[in-house]
Structures are given as C-alpha cells and as structure tokens.
Design a protein around this ligand. Sequence first.
Ligand SMILES: NC(=O)c1ccc[n+]([C@@H]2O[C@H](COP(=O)([O-])OP(=O)(O)OC[C@H]3O[C@@H](n4cnc5c(N)ncnc54)[C@H](OP(=O)(O)O)[C@@H]3O)[C@@H](O)[C@H]2O)c1
Length: 326
Amino acid sequence: MELRTLGRSGYQVSEIGLGCWQLGNDFGPLEDGLAQSILETAVQNNINFLDTADVYGGGLSESRIGQWLKGQDEPPLVVTKVGRDGALFPDGYSKDKVRTNLQASAKRLGVESLDLAQLHCVPTDVLKAGDLLAWMEDFQQEGLIKHFGASVEMLDEAQFCCTHPKLTSVQIIFNLFRQDAIEALLPLAAKNNIGVIVRLPLASGLLSGKMTASQTFSDGDHRNYNKDGAAFHVGETFNGIPYEQGIALTQEVKKLLPKGMTLQQASLRWILDQPQVSTIIAGASKIEQVQLNAAASRQEPLSPELHQALADFYKVNVRQHIRGGI
Ligand SMILES: NC(=O)c1ccc[n+]([C@@H]2O[C@H](COP(=O)([O-])OP(=O)(O)OC[C@H]3O[C@@H](n4cnc5c(N)ncnc54)[C@H](OP(=O)(O)O)[C@@H]3O)[C@@H](O)[C@H]2O)c1
C-alpha cells in the first residue's frame, strides 16, 4: 500500500482508505460482526485511514469503529464529520452545539482528540460566512481536534476552502463519471498544500461494473430512497446520474478498457493516477470489496491513451447527465 501526505497535517495516509458510511447501515443492514470484519480486513490490507460521520446511522458507524479501536495496538487514523446533525443543519449552527457534537464523536470513538474533523456539507452560505471554520481553529487550539477539513458538494466550495490558511483537507466527489476537479481543483489544492480526500470513487457502486438495470435496493438504502435526491443532495447517490442512465453508461465505458481490466480496477486506478489526490475513501459492505479496492494501490497506472479515451468519454457522454451541479 502506497502512502501519500494529507495536506498540511503531514499525516502519511494509505492512498486507499475505507469509507464507513456503510457501517451505519445506510446501504442496507450490516451485522455487527461483518462491520468488525470489514474494519479488520482494512488494516490487514494496510489501510490506515477511515472516514466516518456523526450522522452515519445516528452514531452507529462511529460507535462500531470505537468498539473495534479498543482492540487495536496501532490504530488507523479516523476522520469524522460534523454539521449535518438535526440540531445544526441547516441553520442552527452555534459554537457550543458544534463543540458538543464533536465531543460526542470523540466519546463514541473512544479518543481524547479527533485526528481530523471535517465540516459535513454545510450550506454554502454558512461555509462561506467563515464562522464555522473559525470555530474549528479554536477547537484545534483547545485540543479537541488535531486538524480540520471540509467535505463539500460543489467545486466552488472546495476552491473556497483551499484559500484557508489552517485547513488540512477537502473532501470531494471525484470519479470517472465526475472528472472536472482535474482542472478546477487539483492544481489549486496542491499549490496550497490542501489534502484531497475522494469520496464516491465508484459512484455508489455503479462504477464497480456489477450493477444491472433490474437491480433493486432495500428501503433503508439511500440508493433507493435518495436515488432522485428526495432526502439529501442528489449528487451523493449514484453521482447524481439517473440509475438506468448510469447503467447504460457503464456498459459503454467498459468497451474502452483493455482485456482483463475490470471497471472497478480502472475506476480506482484512474483516481490514483492523479498525484494530487491524497486518499480514496472507498465504501465497502463486504470483506472482498475491501480487498479488491486495496489492490488498486498495486496496479500499474493506466496508459495515456486510456486516460485520453476516458476523458473524452466523460465530456461527450457523461457530464450532461449529472444532476445537482458539479
Ligand atoms: N457528504 C459526505 O461527506 C459524504 C457523502 C457520501 C459518502 N461519504 C464517504 O465516502 C465514502 C465512499 O462513498 P460511498 O460509499 O457513498 O460510494 P462508493 O465508495 O463509490 O461506493 C460504495 C459501494 O460500492 C460497492 N463496492 C465497493 N467496492 C466494491 C468492489 N470492489 N466490488 C463491487 N462493488 C463494490 C458497494 O456496494 P454494495 O454495498 O451494493 O455492494 C459499496 O457499498 C462513504 O463510505 C463515506 O465515508 C461522504
């Protein structure tokens, strides 16, 4: 597993991390034992970076990680998020409430100080007003958090964050079916020493290549209830692309891949081939998925010809189908 530096924190993070939204049962129910095995498999595969949030499963994801951390001699970095809890989102933010939520995350995770706390897709005007970022600086001074970053929906929000002098990282949606950050963000982030955490690398599983048009998702799975953005931002589910359209596009893009390369492999390697990316937080609901995703770090880079073909495919065929903005 190759390591990369996470912005000004200096953390050496595995270039493949683990997204832990799944551990909150938000992709369908997942047993405690499987949750622990997924975490165990991650560290066995040299993943040292876990991404979670206070709201995943109402704290369940953090609690499961906290439980598992008790048995770890060399715990991985655990980064969490604040700002989407009902007491705060969308307009109830106060310094005391944010502090209280961060303290609750630390308690669930069983740590004194959070490795990295990210603002969690707070409304644009709230983000840009700057108070929350100033509070995060204070919480860092107090020792409640070691570093802070921001997870955002839109690239202009990420660009705004990149101008902050103390911020460590931005978290964005970036994948084969959402490529704009290559020009709009990655050079700026690198120049300003901001780490880039990539979420939805497989577009909620679409880019695993395994999904079919007739597939259904359980009631508690956001790929059912949020497929058109009914519960939260449409971009967080299937990258904002209508499901059937997404399936058709995956069938087309597979034709560009060399024999023997799966879409899952091409998708993760394509992201890793961007040197300004710090880590990919691939979500997993099965042990084998963690293993397969970690293996992307050992793959050869994609050829320049394939990169060009995938860039052209995106511009001509995919970009127009993304709902909710980029
Ligand atoms: N606003 C935010 O800050 C925000 C929003 C969304 C996500 N996140 C974070 O980003 C992480 C990653 O995003 P995500 O989980 O939504 O999307 P993702 O990583 O693109 O997709 C994860 C899903 O893809 C499938 N999958 C993963 N690896 C696979 C493999 N090797 N082979 C076949 N299928 C595979 C699984 O689907 P099945 O479960 O159906 O098998 C898995 O649940 C989350 O866990 C979370 O930590 C943050």
